[in-house]
Design a protein around this ligand. Structure first.
Ligand SMILES: Nc1ncnc2c1ncn2[C@@H]1O[C@H](COP(=O)(O)OP(=O)(O)O)[C@@H](O)[C@H]1O
Ligand SMILES: [Mg+2]
Length: 280
């Protein structure tokens, strides 16, 4: 009886979280801007948002927001502190987990680190509605595992041949080897809405022909000088210039994200995401 009761309690504690990975293959296409602006716009809409900075090479998110990071996930893994101790607060109340900087990869954890990480996430005191994972460029194991474990995958592309081919390569690998067949595309830095549609059409032309995937255009973000200005001020555009064209587009995207359903089964839980993340 006691076991049953504690099992039930544990189930009720399981958090329903929408996990969205932001990827795209190429660097410099606007993944971090998309992650943060969407996160902060969701925060402004009253959602409880957690951002996982999974770009391990560069301490991306905190630099972009001008935040100071003292400890990161590696300190949680080594048992020096808990997850709640490393979480930092950003604009609009969003919370950020700085991942490890340097070479340690979360896909090479020892069994005890692995168990420790799952426990750390299940013991987290704060509840969240949305987890946004900002991934690194490229198609490393880390990028693939974060993307595979998320419920929704946003791919950021811009109208450059290398962005389109890298995005295609990522979809090919994810669909062929990792069971991910659905992708949500954000066309970034476009000059006109029509250019966004055309960029998406270019992508569909190759995916329809060669891949077994379903892609959907979920956002068209205009090229906006204020994005760069905000980056220089260590802010994001939805905060610094909320009326600017790119801000309005990010706010639309955030509204869409909040309407995407959370799976009712296990895959809607944070712990499940972490388990998936660590599964080989
Ligand atoms: N919509 C946009 N309009 C203008 N410049 C942009 C836009 N999106 C991104 N950028 C520029 O591109 C740079 C790279 O963006 P970032 O989000 O860091 O890319 P990634 O995370 O993919 O490497 C930013 O510093 C910014 O100056
Ligand atoms: Mg980035």
């Amino acid at each position: 009886m006691i076991d049953q009761a504690s099992g039930l309690r544990k189930m009720q504690n399981l958090q329903q979280v929408k996990v969205v990975a932001v990827s795209g293959g190429k660097g410099g296409v606007g993944k971090t801007n998309t992650s943060l602006n969407t996160a902060i716009a969701l925060g402004q809409q009253g959602k409880r948002v957690l951002v996982l900075d999974a770009d391990l090479g560069l301490a991306n998110v905190d630099v972009m927001l001008g935040l100071r990071v003292k400890r990161n996930l590696s300190h949680v893994l080594s048992g020096e502190c808990e997850l709640d101790d490393i979480i930092i607060e950003g604009p609009a109340g969003i919370k950020i987990i700085p991942a490890t900087s340097g070479s340690q990869s979360m896909v090479d954890l020892t069994p005890s680190e692995h168990a420790g990480l799952i426990r750390a996430f299940s013991e987290m005191r704060t509840q969240f509605d949305v987890l946004i994972v900002d991934t690194a460029a490229g198609i490393s194991d880390m990028v693939l595992s974060f993307t595979r474990a998320a419920q929704d995958v946003i791919l950021v592309v811009c109208d450059e041949p290398t962005s389109i081919t890298d995005c295609y390569a990522l979809m090919k690998l994810l669909s062929r080897d990792h069971g991910v067949f659905k992708f949500k595309v954000v066309a970034n830095m476009v000059r006109t809405p029509r250019e966004g549609q055309q960029l998406f059409a270019k992508l569909t032309k190759v995916t329809d022909r060669f891949l077994d995937v379903a892609i959907e255009l979920v956002g068209v973000i205009p090229f906006d000088e204020n994005v760069r200005k905000s980056v220089r001020k260590q802010q994001v555009i939805v905060e610094a210039y909320p009326q600017s064209p790119a801000s309005l587009a990010y706010m639309d995207l955030a509204t869409k994200v909040s309407q995407w359903p959370i799976p009712k089964q296990a895959s809607g839980h944070l712990e499940f995401f972490i388990e998936q993340l660590l599964a080989n």
